[in-house]
Design a protein around this ligand. Structure first.
Ligand SMILES: *Cc1c(COP(=O)(O)O)cnc(C)c1O
Length: 368
């Protein structure tokens, strides 16, 4: 059996007619920039999340940058985020001129360790970016409590968490802003780069909408300098089609995760299931001491896997000037050697899931 990590072709085949029609409509109407398809998607995504506003932007990295800029983050400020994430999270902080301050994740959930946030606060701290990593919500009660006590903004990095919930409430409604990516491989993915910001704050929403569109509401009437970071009509129309299928795909991911949980519980360390959250399993990440051997064994059996992420952010060459050492981030440093992401997506069959489980169970006996 040959099992790819994600299968966007299988997904397309299952919604081909709807997608093709949606693209045709946009082209017929020449609604490429702005227009009704964008408006419809923004409204539908805001409704899905349960947020007042959704503003489409060019990608998830821009979403973070724009949110930070519109909250006034600038040079001289510090922003706290987690050491174990994709570089977009920290890159966007640096792009505003602010300094990124990394916090180690929790050993069990792999999300930001809320016990360690307060130790990282200084007079310059202006915001926290919790990442809902792998599709599992961060501990938002504690993050919001710290933010409130210290007068900080909260920007959710929800790039991996479309439809995730924390205590019955949707991710994307907790922070001052939440940033989504619609990169093709994300739980809700476009056919190119795309992203969005959700917020319940009218004023910030307005500012974001203008900033992402050259600082204007009306053509040529620029109130301030912004950037060009727009979600285009074609991507919006495609996303709107896919949004209708998202719950079904998410339930399938959760279903697959349950099968993995059961089948692998005595073989590897399966993801920690927290009460009170709806994990949407953008990634299903196991932990094993023999990660390289297990990875190679699975590759040999035709099963593609991934490592998210192989180098903790503060230890990347890109951040060598910050002078961090592995001992500053002991949890991330240990995690990077042990984590392995198994294939999981809405179009995986029971047979395929069973095959991965079988190979891992069999492989575990070979690899000591
Ligand atoms: C994908 C991702 C982003 C960036 O999204 P892009 O659309 O690729 O720019 C940001 N943060 C996290 C955690 C991500 O996984």
């Amino acid at each position: 059996m040959k099992l790819s990590f994600v299968d966007l072709k299988a997904q397309y085949d299952s919604i081909k007619e709807e997608v093709n029609q949606a693209m045709q409509n946009v082209i017929q109407d020449s609604a490429f920039i702005g227009g009704r398809y964008l408006k419809t998607f923004e409204q539908n995504f805001a409704n899905y999340i349960g947020a007042q506003h959704c503003i489409g932007v060019a990608n998830g990295t821009d979403a973070l940058f724009i949110a930070l800029k519109c909250l006034g983050i600038k040079e001289g400020d510090e922003v706290i985020t987690v050491a174990n994430s994709f570089i977009a999270t920290s890159e966007s902080i640096t792009a505003t001129g602010a300094r990124v301050v990394f916090v180690d994740p929790d050993e069990k959930t792999y999300n930001i360790d809320v016990q360690k946030i307060e130790k990282s606060l200084t007079k310059k701290t202006k915001a926290i970016i919790p990442v809902h990593l792998y599709g599992q919500p961060a501990d938002m009660d504690k993050v919001l409590e710290i933010a409130q006590n210290h007068n900080l903004y909260v920007i959710e990095d929800a790039a991996q968490a479309h439809g995730a919930q924390y205590k019955g409430k949707n991710i994307g409604t907790f922070g001052d802003c939440a940033c989504f990516s619609f990169f093709p491989g994300k739980n809700l993915g476009a056919y190119g780069d795309a992203g969005a910001i959700t917020t319940n704050n009218d004023e910030i929403a307005n500012k974001i909408r203008m900033f992402a569109n050259h600082g204007r509401m009306e053509k040529y009437n620029h109130e301030f300098e912004g950037i060009n970071s727009r979600l285009d009509g074609l991507q919006a129309a495609i996303l709107d089609v896919k949004l209708k299928h998202l719950e079904k795909w998410t339930e399938r991911r959760r279903n697959i995760a349950k099968m993995y949980d059961e089948g692998l519980k005595n073989v590897v360390i399966t993801p920690h299931n927290q009460n009170n959250v709806r994990h949407v399993y953008h990634l299903y990440v196991i932990k094993t001491k023999n990660r390289e051997k297990v990875k190679n064994f699975l590759e040999g059996k035709g099963v593609s896997t991934g490592i998210h992420y192989p180098i903790p952010l503060p230890l990347l060459k890109a951040y060598s000037h910050l002078g961090y050492k592995p001992t500053d981030f002991p949890v991330s440093y240990k995690l990077k050697e042990e984590i392995l992401s198994l294939p999981i997506h809405g179009d995986m069959s029971d047979e395929q899931v069973g095959y991965v489980i079988e190979q891992l169970r069999y492989g575990a006996k070979q690899i000591v």
